[in-house]
Each structure stands twice: as structure tokens, then as C-alpha cells.
Design a protein around this ligand. Sequence first.
Ligand code: PNS
Length: 169
Amino acid sequence: MTGPESEEPQLRRAVCPGSFDPITNGHLDIIARASRLYDVVHVTVMINQAKKGLFSVDERIDLIRRATAEYGNVQVESFHGLLVDFCKQRDIPAIVKGLRAVSDFDYELQMAQMNNGLSGIETLFIPTSPTYSFLSSSLVKEVAAWGGDVSHLVPPFVLEELTKRLGTE
Ligand code: PNS
């Protein structure tokens, strides 16, 4: 068959990139909402060798896979390089980012404009749920390191790994 009827429908793909050291309920809020908007959501741990993480890249991937297991259209992997190159390799036209507060906006806008200038890729911002507007992996690690309660901010198995790693069991 020729013509438009013969063409496979194009899957709508987006990427949710980040450090995810570790994944929090704030990340999950954005991933869950992106998974309702796109056919396939690539959750990608971007490797930054200058930044020593608490968790290794493989550990982060494992935690993200467990946290997103209920979403059938989420693919988790890592990438070393520019985000736009990851997108080009997989034919992904959109980056989805959560915006927690106006303070996020300046830097996110710069990255969105740079990525668009480099490759034409679009960035879509989803406003974070107010429940998580203060939440970041760094704050979770800091509070947990001092024995503070972060059980409402991360999935239970992330909490378990966090307390093991920080020695705050
Ligand atoms: O969770 P983070 O650390 O806020 O995520 C930032 C991240 C990883 C999305 C950003 O630093 C990134 O895209 N890094 C990949 C390298 C790259 O493409 N840099 C140019 C950005 S304009």
C-alpha cells in the first residue's frame, strides 16, 4: 500500500532529563504527568563527571525504574553528552521540565533557548505541584543526612537506600 494509510503512526516522544541523585516525589509528579501527555517518556540520567553523586548512575537508574514501574510508557537510561544529541539519536522532539518557582525560570529559560538554538528541540515546562515546590534532591540529602524526616518526599525504597548510604538508619 502507498500513501499516508501505509505509514506507521509516529509515536510522540519526550525526554525528562536530570541528575536524579536520587529521584524524589517531585520528579515523579512531573514524570507521571508527562507520561499522560506523550506516548513514550524517556527519563534520562545525564552523566556529569564533574559532579560526584551520592548514588552511582546505575543505582539512580535502578531507583527510577522501580519508582516508574507502574507507567508502561516510561523508558529509563543514562547518557553522557549533550541532551540535544540524546534527543537527535532517538528522534525526540520535546524536553519536559518541571518548574518549581520563578527562581528556576532564569536558568531553565537559558537552557531551553540554548537547546532550541542548537537543534530546534522544544522545551515544555510543567508547573510542579505546590506540594513539591520546595523540593530538590540536594535538600532531601541534606535533611536526611542530619536525621530529618524525608519519608513524605521520596518513595519508600529510596528512603531505605538513602538512610543506608548516609548511615542514618
Ligand atoms: O537535575 P538537574 O541537575 O537540574 O538537571 C540538569 C540537566 C542534567 C538536565 C542539564 O544539566 C543537562 O541537560 N545536562 C546535559 C548536558 C547538556 O546538554 N548541557 C547543555 C544544556 S543547555
